[in-house]
Design a protein around this ligand. Structure first.
Ligand SMILES: [Zn+2]
Length: 71
C-alpha cells in the first residue's frame, strides 16, 4: 500500500519539476505575439504569461482536454 502511495507521490513530484522547468524555459523565450494555432494576435496579458495560444484556441484546447478526461 505504502509503495503505491510513494510511486504516486514520485510521479506528482516529477510532474511538478517538469512544469517548473517548462516555466523557466518559457520565461527565457521572447513573448509569442501571435497564436501558434490560428495566427491571431495574442493579448498583451496573455503574452506576459508566455502563452502561445489566443484565448479562443486555449478554450478549445481546454474543452478538448476536459472531454478527454471526462471529469
Ligand atoms: Zn488561436
Amino acid at each position: 500500500m505504502a509503495d503505491e502511495a510513494d510511486i504516486a507521490n514520485d510521479a506528482i513530484l516529477a510532474d511538478m519539476e517538469r512544469r517548473i522547468a517548462q516555466q523557466r524555459a518559457a520565461a527565457n523565450k521572447p513573448a509569442t505575439t501571435h497564436c501558434v494555432e490560428c495566427e491571431e494576435p495574442i493579448t498583451p496579458a496573455r503574452q506576459k504569461l508566455r502563452l502561445d495560444l489566443c484565448i479562443d484556441c486555449a478554450q478549445l484546447r481546454e474543452r478538448a482536454s476536459r472531454a478527454f478526461r471526462r471529469d
